[in-house]
Design a protein around this ligand. Structure first.
Ligand code: SF4
Length: 268
């Protein structure tokens, strides 16, 4: 029986539909929970006996009470405490320093990160947003966006590995949302400080800044009666230098959850 050694190995055998039937928001979160021993592979109702018979997981032998994300966040906060020059860090991130805290614009909203790695914002802060902000503070190399857009697949050496997950988790659900919720892009402009981008051959193109030096472009083609609708997300070619690719995936996952909530609240 093949051993699945980490959450990415586990994720590879999951359907990646994020259907939530396992009571976890995403397949990625489920994979983490399995690795931690909080869930078992058979808790995903979509894995048949054939697959279950092929793989096994040795769960981490540690306190299973703490959520994986909280543990990761705590580690990241400890690293943030080591940052000694806030000003140069802010400059690298395209952020500012206010009252000894990093002031970072996330989708146009201010998030404040203090020296202990704690965050404050007037916006709701879910775990999926906190981790990318901490990783951005820690790993951003400060490269300026070039304006050249590439797909997830072409994002550094790790992009190809994440491309299929990304398409299933982010692009496909966002396309469905856009198909059914006609004001989605207008709401992005109004709520998240997005900009309409005209110079693309899509019907709608919207540029978002989830982090100051990690811009993102959403292109949407309506159903023209012959071909179905299409939606693709693009990143600046330098994005992976400012935020690791796995964290870009996490960030987009969090944004999807946010857009879904907005559609539920504002949508028809
Ligand atoms: S792990 Fe399985 S049940 Fe859970 S969200 Fe993914 S596909 Fe659905």
């Amino acid at each position: 029986m093949a051993q699945l050694n980490n959450h990415l190995d586990i994720l590879k055998i999951l359907p990646k539909t994020n259907c939530r039937e396992c009571d976890v928001p995403t397949c990625l979160a489920f994979a983490v929970a399995v690795k931690q021993g909080q869930k078992k592979l058979e808790n995903c109702p979509h894995l048949g006996d054939e697959v279950l018979g092929q793989f096994q997981v040795e769960a981490d032998q540690k306190d299973m009470g703490a959520e994986d994300f909280l543990r990761i966040l705590e580690g990241r906060r400890a690293e943030v405490r080591e940052i000694d020059d806030l000003l140069s860090r802010a400059e690298r991130m395209g952020a500012e320093v206010k009252d000894d805290r990093l002031s970072i614009k996330v989708l146009g909203k201010e998030f404040l990160l203090d020296k202990d790695g704690k965050m404050a914002s007037q916006c709701h802060m879910n775990l999926w947003v906190q981790r990318p902000i901490l990783d951005y503070a820690l790993f951003c190399q400060g490269l300026e966006p070039t304006g050249k857009w590439v797909s997830m697949r072409d994002l550094g050496k790790d992009g190809a590995e994440w491309a299929n997950f990304f398409s299933k988790r982010c692009e496909e659900p966002l396309k469905k949302l856009a198909d059914n919720y006609t004001d989605l892009f207008e709401d992005m402009v109004q709520i998240f400080d997005a900009k309409r981008a005209q110079e693309f051959d899509s019907d709608i193109a919207v540029e978002l800044r989830p982090l100051p030096k990690v811009p993102m472009l959403i292109c949407y083609w309506r159903d023209d009666g012959e071909m179905g609708s299409q939606l693709n997300l693009f990143f600046d070619e330098i994005a992976h230098h400012n935020l690791p690719v796995d964290c870009i995936f996490t960030l987009c996952t969090g944004m999807m959850i946010m857009f879904e909530k907005i559609a539920q609240t504002h949508g028809k």
